[in-house]
Design a protein around this ligand. Structure first.
Ligand code: FMN
Length: 334
């Protein structure tokens, strides 16, 4: 049941599969005879230095797969020198996660609740505990239909809390009620609230799959656009993120950083995202699988593997930096 919750997506899961397939339809056109004796994957995201352009996506309830819960994920991200985006729907309070290493770079994901006081409170707590950005997920205005987990009657296990969403101790939340609690009236005009509530943190908008929407988010003050279809978990048959990334990058036109997630499984997927103009990628399920199989070390292994593969592929393509990946490195399969 837990496996289905993590692996699955909306409807017939066509977008879940398409996200992975879309990266794989691109082919690389490597350059030769370049000096690649020194390769760096280092970059920055919203001004924070990271060892590579590979961030930890917000995913819910790590307590389902690991006793150390989100604390293990946080420590793994720290060890790998990258940003951990903490989901609001997690089994550890944002304060406890921050306490693992108060100086480590982390961002807080929220979905605005109908009771906006809850979201205002989470943003304020994040701002007060050293989180460096708010990521607002905007792709869940109504309840999604996930056949796999509905058939299995998946829900939050008894005794497990979601302390950033439902602060009352001892209350096991109902997942459907949590999602139905998201505010369906949210519009572009509300985006400035997130910065205000958090005490001025930069805001990234997650769940964008169109250039026109991305431009409007930036007009409303977004510092980053996260091209995402929630790993195929919201709108089945939604376009793959790989297929719309270039359109979003063009529409944003350098006014905000653009990241992408969905189907990133290998270092060459990351390289392709960079060639299409993303500054970094986020990884969802692969991190959760690493956590389930090996706890903190498992997550380190996944993140290290992706970064190592990216470095190798850069070198083999005649490139030495993540900042100069040309668009013509890619061609598409007929
Ligand atoms: C088990 C699971 C839980 C997730 N929970 C959240 C969440 O709480 N908030 C959110 O914005 N996205 C959530 N996502 C979506 C991820 O942030 C990300 O967009 C997606 O997993 C990327 O695709 P990938 O799994 O193919 O890497 C979740 C994804 C999974 C698989």
């Amino acid at each position: 049941v837990t496996y289905g919750y993590i692996a699955g997506g909306a409807g017939d899961e066509l977008t879940v599969a398409e996200n992975v397939a879309a990266w794989r339809r691109f082919r690389l056109r490597p350059h030769m005879l370049r000096d690649v004796s020194s390769i760096s994957t280092a970059t920055t995201v919203l001004g924070t230095p990271v060892a590579g352009p590979i961030l930890v996506a917000p995913t819910a309830m790590h307590g389902l797969v690991c006793e150390q819960r989100e604390l293990a994920t946080a420590r793994a991200a720290q060890r790998c020198g990258t940003v951990h985006v903490l989901s609001q729907a997690v089994t550890t309070s944002l304060e406890d996660v921050a306490a693992t290493d108060p100086g480590a770079p982390r961002w807080m994901q929220v979905a605005v609740q109908r009771d906006r006081g809850i979201t205002r409170d989470v943003c304020a707590r994040a701002g007060a505990h050293g989180y460096r950005a708010i990521v607002v997920t905007v792709d869940s205005p109504v309840l999604m239909r996930r056949t796999r987990f509905e058939q299995a009657s998946f829900n939050v296990p008894a005794g497990m809390g979601l302390p950033n969403l439902v602060p009352a101790a001892g209350v096991t939340p109902d997942l459907y009620e949590v999602v139905l609690g998201f505010d369906p009236t949210l519009t572009f005009d509300d985006l400035p609230l997130l910065a205000e509530w958090s005490g001025g943190l930069p805001v990234g908008v997650k769940g964008i799959v169109r250039g026109d929407d991305a431009a409007r988010c930036v007009d409303a003050g977004a510092a980053a656009i996260l091209v995402s279809n929630h790993g195929g978990r919201q709108v089945d048959t939604c376009v793959s993120t790989a297929s719309v990334l270039a359109e979003v990058v063009e529409a944003v036109d350098g006014r905000a950083e653009v990241y992408v997630d969905g189907g990133i499984r290998r270092g060459h997927d990351v390289l392709k995202a960079l060639a299409l103009g993303a500054r970094a990628v986020l990884v969802g399920r692969s991190v959760v699988w690493g956590l389930a199989l090996g706890g903190e070390d498992g997550v380190v292994e996944v993140l290290t593997m992706l970064r190592d593969e990216l470095e190798t592929t850069l070198g083999l393509c005649g490139l030495t930096s993540v900042h100069d990946v040309p668009a013509d490195l890619l061609t598409t399969l007929a």
